[in-house]
Design a binder for this molecule. Sequence first.
Ligand code: NAD
Length: 333
Amino acid sequence: MIINKAANPIRVGVLGFGGLGQAAARILAAKQEMSLVTVADHHGYVYQPQGINIDTAISTYHERQSVGYLAEGGVLSSNSIQDVLENGVVDGYFLALPNLPNTFMADVARQFIQSGWKGVLVDALKRTSAVEQLLELQTALQEAGITYLTGCGATPGLLTAAAAVAAQSYAEIHSVKITFGVGIANWEAYRATIREDIAHMPGYDVEQARAMSDQEVAALLDKTNGVISLENMEHADDIMLELAGICDRDRVTVGGVVDTRNPKKPLSTNVQVTGRTFEGKISTHTFTLGDETSMAANVCGPAFGYLKAGVALNSRGITGLFTAAEIMPQFVK
Ligand code: NAD
């Protein structure tokens, strides 16, 4: 199916072309208002100002592990993010990159600031400490003319934003409880996501998970029958809801179950927001995602909704760092 693009589509770049990056590209293929013009992975990049052929990009990546091998516009590079920054004309990027080490995304943000590029950046960061590093770049982002929206995946992201809306019924918020269920057919499709989840398991940290070989990850998953169960995770939903003035971060809890051997969700992803109304009633709003929606749909859909909102802000001269809990995503046609 060929979708005709709008007259001046938003020119989008996707950095990182693993599980989420490829899903993001597939989503863009069906959008009129956005055109995917550049993709970068660890070993190269592709830039095609008229729009990338997404099927070819995905099959090339699967066959040769880099879009740099694409005949049209592909370049092999060990410095692909910097190369894309220097060579592409792009309005906004979705950073579908692993945050390994935990400082990686903040380093990428600094790279953008130093390059003099102006535009919109969106990430799907997960850890509180990673968002805290970006907060330190608030002024630098503002001065650079960059509108950076952080935590714009599913959790943090869609569910955090839903909590911020749900909170409006209450005079006081007692708790926000996020429980996610993720089902994927095989862990290799989302290596960074799974490594970052392992980093939350008792006895593991980010550096250990990052250093694990694929064989070690597979051996660990063999022991757990492919299932990772997590509770009380360090998740940026807490700092995002605190910054948005909804509640203190210690009232926000995040946990979930990831099945790496079955695309069916092990449980329904939901957020429960409990509070007291102005009449003194205690109640709970629950927002549950449809079980048929995949992690990729719930991360990449919101990411582009926030990217569109970011472009609107940026064109009005509004720059700096925002979270998914303080901006309403727009719908991308
Ligand atoms: P992945 O491992 O499948 O793919 C990572 C991609 O990044 C690969 O294409 C790799 O080549 C590329 N890459 C790595 N280092 C690079 C570099 N220095 N320069 C350019 N490209 C580089 O990753 P994934 O499973 O799709 O996850 C991506 C991120 O999304 C993770 O950080 C994960 O935590 C996050 N995520 C967020 C949510 C959410 O709801 N907020 C949900 C799932 C995943």
